[in-house]
Design a protein around this ligand. Structure first.
Ligand code: ZN
Ligand code: ZN
Length: 172
């Protein structure tokens, strides 16, 4: 289930603690934006966030929102995810080293809470004499649910064609 990954995402308390830890003041504006982040269970674009905030707090300007996103990224509260489509999206962060599995159809995100790449990466670094490595790897694919939906649609389309052809009508 997807919920096992999502349950580890930062809560409001986690996020304010992170800001405090880094000596960053929780201004009223930042607080509003921070709370709004929690309303996105999946990834969001800066545009999504702006749209949501426009409804509740129209006084917040775009520049303020973008500055807050940058700050939260820097603080590790948000994670930036590069999508194959070319658009970067954001996600409320979670604790510890992890990777993401992203469905390119519905946008579902699952956290992989262990590192399947560690051994290979260590090997490369050791060979090249590197230390203190850091990596970010995202895996994009099509989730099981979307795969089933697309298969079903395909079946229906083919079924439709067949019945138009007439020849295989007697099959049912
Ligand atoms: Zn999907
Ligand atoms: Zn890793």
């Amino acid at each position: 289930m997807a919920s096992d990954g999502r349950s580890k995402r930062f809560s409001y308390e986690d996020m304010t603690a992170l800001l405090a830890e880094k000596g960053c003041r929780l201004t009223e504006q930042r607080n509003i934006i921070l709370k709004s982040l929690l309303s996105f269970p999946l990834t969001f674009s800066p545009m999504d966030l702006e749209k949501r905030l426009m409804k509740t707090d129209p006084a917040l300007g775009r520049a303020t929102i973008f500055r807050a996103i940058d700050l939260f990224l820097e603080m590790g509260i948000l994670e930036k995810i590069h999508r194959e489509s070319g658009d970067d999206v954001y996600l409320v962060g979670s604790v510890g080293h992890h990777h993401h599995l992203i469905c390119r159809v519905c946008g579902e995100i699952r956290d992989i809470n262990f590192c399947p790449f560690e051994e290979g990466i260590h090997e490369i670094m050791r060979k090249e004499g590197y230390s203190e490595g850091y990596h970010r790897i995202e895996i994009e694919g099509i989730c099981g649910v979307c795969k089933k939906v697309s298969e079903k649609t395909q079946d229906e389309a083919e079924g439709g064609l067949r019945s138009h052809g007439g020849k295989v009508r007697q099959l049912h």
